[in-house]
Write a protein that binds this ligand. Sequence first.
Ligand SMILES: Cc1ncc(COP(=O)(O)O)c(C=O)c1O
Length: 379
Amino acid sequence: MSLLTDRVRQVSRRPATLGQVPQGAVTLAMGEPAGGTPQPIIEAAEAALRAGRTTYPPMLGTPELRTAIAAHLDLGTEGARPLDRVVVTHGAAAGLAAVFLAHLDPGDRVVLPEPTYSLYADLVAMAGAVTSWVPARDNGTLDPERVLGSLDGARMLVLCHPSNPTGEVLGPEVLQSLIERCEQLGVLCVVDEAYRDILLDEAVAFRSSAEWLGSSEHVVLVGTFSKTFSMTGWRLGYVAGPASVVSHVGTVHQTFNGQSAMFVQDAAVRAFEVLPTVLPPLLEHYRENRRQVVQALHDLGEAVTFAEPEGAFYAFPRIHSDLSSDELVERFTAGGVLVRSGREFGPSGEGFVRLSFSGERTAVIEGLHRFTETVRRLR
Ligand SMILES: Cc1ncc(COP(=O)(O)O)c(C=O)c1O
């Protein structure tokens, strides 16, 4: 085993197996979006295949898709050409890997406000860098003062916005203050906006890091088609940022992953075109599911503490008991519902679990029923 593999295995908090659902169990564990890929996107892929779009594509993505991503993010025309600021990647996962491997050297310090998406710490280890976890407030939300206070001497800050696992959307001023501090200190601020379109609370303003992409040398946005368009299996994402950083990201990505399939990229261009029609019904579905989750958690009273999710499709309740997160997951599994252990998302996720409410309504309602019954039996 290489030192690299060893490092990743040592730190990884990710479950060894995912996606296996025991017979009779309901899963609230997976971040699989609802409904399957919309038909017009599938048709665009079919048409591209029939048109012979089956050859090697350009290394960093087709110009059509890179231009569409730049337009979607409103990158404008100032400074470097939009094409020089966008790379198409094999999902956000490979985009994140390319950013980390392109930017980090062994020993560099990376600030991860927790709880957060568990891939980041594994990628930090892969690069030989060191994770600085920054604990959240008691209800699991980001503590801006603590994060600001941790940036001196760091090489990178990684924000998950909206958050997996809490569903938190960072306040506009919070995002601004974090980015400004990164700029002052020369820290690269990587903002994972995998859930940028899944905004559940109309009263909560979402400010995208894309706003800074035209002017800052220290902001990188990672995006994906997986969640917005229910395209998890298509493996397509992107990285946008300053041309200087994106060019290095492209070098790593093309060395490691090669290109993404051309017919998949053609379908993604179509996905942007149909966004205004496909997104609203999905949002309606997630919002109603969220309402059910929030109600169920409120009904548990003092047995749980949680922050209401504002985006994405997760809730991250703390369960008040003497059990660890892993033990809680076992209890829930025995109660017929699968959830994710809070410790996966950082050391202070201990005592929390993550519920995904992206699924079909009946499964979410049944899963919540089993969840609340199990919590009541813990006391
Ligand atoms: C926050 C976050 N970033 C990135 C990813 C990976 O996305 P992709 O399917 O594009 O690799 C996920 C998947 O769950 C995620 O939750």
